[in-house]
Design a protein around this ligand. Sequence first.
Ligand code: BGC
Length: 745
Amino acid sequence: MRGLGTGRGQVAMLAIAVAVAGPAVAAARHHQPSPAPSADDRASQVIKTLSLDEKLQLVRGYFGATLKGAPPPLNAPAPEGAHGGAGYVPGVPRLGIPALQESDAGLGVANGGHLRPGDEATPMPSGLAQAASWNPQVAYDGGAMIGAEAAAKGFNVLLAGGADLARDPRNGRNFEYAGEDPLLAGVMVGQSIKGIQSRHVISTIKHYAANDQETGRMVLSADLDETSLRETDLLAFELAIETGRPGSVMCAYNRINGDYACENDLLLNQVLKRDWGYRGWVMSDWGGVHSTVKAALSGLDQESAHSFDREDFFGAPLKAAVLDGRVPPARLDDMAHRVLRSMFAVGVAEAKSGGAIDRDAHAEVAQRAAEEGVVLLRNEGGLLPLAPTVKRIAVIGGHADAGVLSGGGSSQVIPFGGAALEVPIKSGLAAALGARIIYHPSSPLAAIRGLAPGATVTFSAGDDVAAAVAAARQAEVVILFAEQWQTEFQDAGSLSLPDQQDALIAAVAAANPHTVVVLETGNPVTMPWLDGTPAVLEAWYPGARGGQAIANVLFGKVSPSGKLPITFPASAAQLPRPVIPGSDHSYSLFGAGDPAFGVPYVEGSAVGYKWFAAHGAKPLFPFGHGLSYSRFAYGGLSTRGGSTLSASFTVRNVGHRAAAEVAEVYATPPGGGLRRLIGWRKVMLRPGEVRRLDVTADPRLLADYDASAPGWRTRAGAYRIDVGASSADTRLSAAAKVDSQILKP
Ligand code: BGC
């Protein structure tokens, strides 16, 4: 306290010490227990003592790294004190407020641009793979694992929690997200955030909202009515925020109905902060700010990586706006308060960074997620699981000798031990940025050999069709790996597998009827060869021990239990937008000079399987589909209505293997309308074992959003409840009456 003076100064300083250090220190000083000050109280105390410049400093971020060789501003030297992650916001050392050290992202501590030479981490399977597990614990454990690694590496913010809905199965970032259903995405992303923050690392749900395609993401406007927005993309965010309570929300690049997401009053002030009562802070996506006063008044609390924006909007211009009253000083206080409040709420101010990483334990978390997320799409004649007695196996394609594929962009993780293989990219924005395709070092070929020690296992790369066919002819069983690399910055050109892999699969399957296709894809793909291939496994991007996870499923060490979190269309013609809007143009990184355009969300609330149902379109594989090595019988359905719907039913394992089943519950409102997933249960059952399962719907899932009420309006009458193994495999149905009601937004 030297030099601090006495009297009021000392009292103020003590208050700050309490605010920063928390209740334990305060209690010790007073020698008596004192009630814990809330995160809000602590933030308010700090705000009172901050100078204008210190407040401004908290709401303006820096790019935290130097991208050598990249064009300005990406190659600018990182600010002193930054850890080399994607973002950095200086702290207030005199008050013990740490800097925000921000790193991507939700699939592991990312380092795709090799921003921190030699820094490696454990990669989780893709977001779609995790969502396909339908197991909230998988998402929580993955989050906790990534949070622990982030903390060990000195980061206290993870730019993790991708909750954008998969409205288009060609969106290049679907692999970072959790599929097309708001309930499934909300639960899984919420749990992942909860896991991250359990390690005192702030999680940043993103990209709020409707950042549903990469093509023209900086200039497009997602155009849809408020009802549809609330029932789809926003509902996923709402549920995830309720579950995970993320310290921060990242607003998206795109516009919604004409207004940029980072200066969108409806999204930020009205929905997020007023209706949902969100208390954390809104940070912009990197290069996503377009104004000072409009953004600050519309609810943006912090400009990230300010050098990425056209102007230094939250630098000198914000100071001037506060001084001349265009942005009220109270609003600046609110912005800074929100940042501090989340730091206290998540505990980053007290958290210790550093420490060792238990790589094996973390890889196991990733492996379990991969094993639960693999989806057995087809298994004619029970080809899988493979018998241990099989003597000749031909493994073909997908760099299966080296490792497993991962997705590109800001979420890219460099795995411990380094990439197994790096392949240069030929075209597109990702290529211009010097990115490479990364394979994680978990070779499926090695894992297959490990589980079939008595077999001869050959490998052909698949680039020579004749050689692959010759190898297939020699084998009892073929395991053919097909891949589709996806990345931030660009969408899939089509639903087809790239690089003539369809022809390879068709030729190999014609040569050997016992061909298993293993897909490592970032998105759904079409399968013109499906009729000729008895078994197909969707393994997504399976992460740190993906090769082992795939082999364990192939040989039945694990019975597959994943279910699709996204519809696999039969063709692009079935989609709401057969051609991706804006795909006739190539875009610059930050959209400078690119033509603005609108994306008409003609599907409204009917996203994914709801669109297919509304149009009577038969997908290749429906939402929620996934086979098992066992069989399950459903029975004993009873339902309850009233202010919401409940269903109770039994699932019995009537097969011969211990296996997990995801039982899905859908509801259709009276008078037709969209049939929606209202809940599910995942249960592990031994052969013969039966379990009674209960599902109660969140009433918002039964309601229509009425923007004029405003609120969630349920329709009075009998809802149909379907219980089954997928959205298209209903085993039990019943009806129950729901009361008419309006729930506040
Ligand atoms: C991405 C964000 C990411 C940020 C920082 C942006 O390009 O859209 O998801 O967190 O970069 O790397």
